[in-house]
Design a protein around this ligand. Structure first.
Ligand SMILES: [Zn+2]
Length: 292
């Protein structure tokens, strides 16, 4: 018997060569229908992951090829099997707990081919978002409309959510099995929504909490905070940066010195050097800058 076989590897996520570690074969004892099953324990030659492979050989369906060899239909099952959907969202541990639980179950149901349950779970994710955001409403239709009124989603997104509602409704009330392709589209919509509502903000906040130690990063931070102020306002750097000051790690005066140099050399044009004066209720003299 051949020692290796191309087989799906979950870790590599494609078909790789596998060593056959062990094999057990049976032949049907059914006189009316001849088939064989080969059970194999296989090991990926790339990553060494061990899987189970089952080949159902439908001998009755065999046909001769151009060399006169009889070729049967072989149906292959591997375990663990290829996932239909992978969780694409990053940092899902920061999703509100109720939402994360339902989202996890939805993906599990989808991967287990339970399409009715997947439709129900997708619908439940929207319900969970409404609970989390304290959105009132007697039914899901009213809740989705309330999400728009509360500016949590756009009108366009609400249209997509209504289509999820229909799929969920059909699953719950009519036991209608949704098509895989519809579910895949709905999953995309839901992931996009969760990303918009909870994850993008987290990721950018997370990003903004890093320490700034290079001048280009410092000017990037300025371009992020400057739009909050009106032209010709004359204020100290600490006021412009607000609580982002802590990100400079105590080096604000270094950056201020460099900033003044760049402004004087016309290498920075979003601020002008202003007066040195007191600011607010502080008695110490601080350098001001003029917003351009
Ligand atoms: Zn592998």
């Amino acid at each position: 018997m051949a020692k290796t076989k191309k087989s799906y590897c979950l870790r590599c996520n494609f078909k790789t060569n596998h060593n056959i570690l062990s094999k057990h074969s049976i032949r049907s004892d059914n006189e009316d229908y001849d088939y064989a099953i080969d059970y194999m324990i296989v090991e990926c030659l790339g990553c060494e992951r061990v899987s189970f492979r089952e080949e159902f050989v439908d001998i009755e369906s065999a046909y001769p090829n151009e060399h006169g060899e009889w070729i049967p239909d072989i149906t292959v099952d591997t375990y663990p099997k290829k996932s239909r959907a992978l969780r694409k969202l990053e940092n899902i541990h920061i999703l509100p707990k109720k939402i994360k639980v339902v989202y996890d179950e939805a993906i599990k149901a989808f991967n287990a081919d339970c399409f009715i349950l997947t439709g129900v779970a997708f619908r439940a994710i929207i319900e969970a978002i409404c609970i989390e955001e304290e959105i009132p409403g007697r039914n899901l239709e009213k809740k989705i409309n309330a999400l728009v009124r509360n500016k949590l989603i756009t009108e366009k997104e609400s249209k997509r959510l209504h289509s999820i509602r229909f799929i969920g409704n059909d699953s719950v009330h009519e036991m209608k099995v949704p098509r895989e392709e519809s579910l895949r589209i709905v999953l995309n919509i839901i992931e996009h929504l969760l990303n918009n509502l909870y994850l993008i903000d987290y990721n950018s906040k997370h990003h903004l909490e890093t320490v700034i130690d290079k001048f280009p990063e410092f000017t990037e931070l300025l371009s992020y905070t400057l739009p909050k102020f009106k032209a010709n306002e004359e204020i100290p750097l600490a006021k412009i940066l607000g609580k982002n000051v802590r990100r400079l790690n105590g080096r604000i005066s270094d950056f201020e010195t460099e900033l003044i140099t760049k402004i004087n050399q016309n290498e920075y044009d979003k601020l002008d050097v202003g007066k040195v004066d007191t600011y607010g209720d502080s008695t110490s003299q601080v350098q001001h800058f003029i917003i351009k």
